[in-house]
Design a protein around this ligand. Structure first.
Ligand code: AMP
Ligand code: MG
Length: 521
């Protein structure tokens, strides 16, 4: 099988001259060569046909043993020199030094239909950046990453993609809750795809070492390939570059807030320089609308990465990137302006997004208040975010308050808790909302169509991912395919999948993997 690679990363950026695989600090280099580890019994579990097509792999190719070998690291693409990238990062607010691709190995860049894609294996064994870990990944976290990267794409949210999910056939030792109970789990490998996997941390590492030469080389490379409309090799271009990264980051985070996605580990090494959602770890979806919720048990104490804090963290991370780029510009003002704009644009962007969610097209000065009172009401009793907003689209302008409440009633987890005072608050909110809808000139049906396009009916609820994982552990991969298919059209009514438009079942409320996740993967 001949795969045409055109690897700009390794041909245009400085390489680590040391070819050994020993764990080390790597200076003045953007990457180190690394060879994927051979696995005992590679087995393909699922493939994204859509992604395969984007890469130019036809239906026959993806069925071959050679394809399987390549996406599991058991065969190297002809003429390719796999590599791991060097990056650092701020983890939970602290500079963590060199991190790098500890278990991700890049196979190279494939150009197809004028698009360039970097192909990367996650869980393919040790690299110079593996630190104290094994370079491997387990099945549960790989299923989560595989399914959601494709699902996010279909939700219209910028993301890295996934080509395939495979078992390695090897066992991997993990202590899921970090409480001294390590167990062997099935090893897995996800073949991930993105125009680039560069992160904020790739830039921070050189700045932290005052290696401004490599920093500049990397910035020039990034602009040339991924921001080609900007001026190259100039301070103005660098400022524009930072501005665009800032705008893309904000856009991505507003999209997360729209659908109730909580990334869980927004460290700067997990922030894509292209504004893509990257590194799916202990992420989760808001079920009950609870702004202070985080799925990540490792972050339970401070909840730094809780839902409501994601926009702030995006900004904080951009400050770190600004600091990293500063030596190339030596003028703080443009950075400050861009970061100031982030705050302003967040406020307006968030408002616009929320207005869309409740179907408001005309403008009214009282809308911010209407929305904040809605956010308060949603927290009075556990209320399912996805179901609430989806069902809100069914409301007619002429509905009575009680009919309107009836229509969103399914979103309440414990309707018996709707005590009189809570019900009164909802009645008051719907009274204002129904009145507000009178100002809208479009029909109920048109409004519903617009609302359905921003309020997904189906998301990969935490318990759904866990169900797919539990079955996969028993060698039944049917739910992976079910969810893969279902989540291709998250905004559509899909009558055959109606059972997944449902609140989280009670058994999943406090279950590991559903409401509690750790970074262990
Ligand atoms: P994460 O929290 O998954 O974003 O990972 C943070 C850093 O740890 C990155 O440099 C990863 O490559 C590295 N890392 C995470 N898990 C492993 C592992 N099992 N083996 C080697 N490196 C890892
Ligand atoms: Mg990461």
């Amino acid at each position: 099988m001949k795969i045409d690679l055109q690897d700009t990363f390794t041909s245009e950026l400085p390489a680590d001259p040391n070819l050994e695989n020993t764990r080390r600090q790597v200076a003045e280099a953007c990457f180190s060569y690394a060879t994927p580890k051979k696995t005992t019994k590679p087995e393909l579990i699922h493939i994204s046909n859509e992604m395969a097509e984007h890469l130019g792999f036809d239906a026959t190719t993806i069925k071959t043993q050679e394809f399987l070998n390549i996406v599991t690291g058991n065969a190297i693409i002809e003429d390719s020199k796999p590599y791991a990238m060097c990056y650092g990062g701020h983890q939970f607010g602290n500079w963590a030094g060199q991190l790098g691709d500890g278990r991700a190995i890049n196979l190279g860049e494939i150009v197809h239909n004028n698009k360039r894609w970097a192909l990367q294996l996650k869980g393919a064994g040790e690299t110079p950046y593996s630190r104290t870990a094994d370079g491997l990944a387990v099945l549960r976290s790989s299923i989560r990453e595989y399914l959601l990267s494709e699902a996010m794409q279909h939700l219209g949210i910028p993301t890295t993609r996934a080509l395939s999910l495979s078992l390695s056939g090897d066992k991997v030792l993990r202590d899921v809750l970090y409480n001294g109970n390590p167990e062997y789990e099935k090893g897995a490998i996800v073949a991930r795809v993105a125009p680039s996997f560069l992160r904020f941390g790739n830039f921070e590492i050189f700045s932290s070492r005052q290696d401004y030469k490599t920093l500049e080389t990397l910035v020039n490379y990034t602009i040339k390939h991924f921001y080609p409309h900007l001026e190259q090799n100039s301070k103005d271009g660098y400022i524009q570059f930072f501005k665009e990264v800032s705008e893309r980051t904000l856009k991505m985070i507003i999209e997360w807030q729209r659908v109730g996605f909580v990334h869980g580990v927004m460290n700067t090494d997990n922030m894509s320089i292209l504004g893509l959602t990257i590194d799916y770890g202990p992420y989760g979806w808001l079920e009950g609308y609870e702004p202070s919720w985080t799925p990540n048990t490792t972050d339970r104490q401070h909840k730094r990465y809780r839902f409501e804090n994601q926009p702030n963290i995006g900004l904080w991370n951009l400050y770190q990137l600004a600091n990293a780029l500063y030596p190339l510009i030596e003028d703080a003002e443009p950075f400050e302006e861009i970061l100031e704009d982030y705050k302003i644009n967040y406020a307006t962007g968030y408002l616009k997004m929320m207005r869309n969610k409740i179907g408001l097209i005309s403008l009214d000065d009282n809308d911010p208040e209407l929305l904040s009172s809605l956010e308060e009401a949603l927290q009075l009793t556990e209320t399912d975010m996805t179901i609430f907003f989806r069902n809100l689209g069914s409301i007619h302008k002429e509905d009575s308050i009680s009919t309107a409440i009836e229509k969103i009633h399914d979103a309440f987890y414990t309707p018996e808790d709707l005590k009189e005072d809570i019900l009164e608050k909802w009645q008051a909110w719907f009274a204002t909302y129904l009145q507000r809808l009178q100002q809208e000139i479009i029909s109920d049906l048109e409004r519903k169509t617009k609302m359905n396009a921003v309020n997904p009916k189906y998301v990969l609820r935490n318990y759904m991912a866990q169900l797919a994982i539990d079955k996969a552990n028993e060698k039944d991969y049917s739910l992976i395919d079910t969810f893969y298919q279902l989540l291709k059209s998250p905004y559509d009514e899909q009558t055959n999948y109606e059972e997944w438009f449902a609140k989280r079942p009670d058994w999943a409320r406090n279950k590991v993997g559903c409401s509690m996740l750790s970074c262990s993967s």
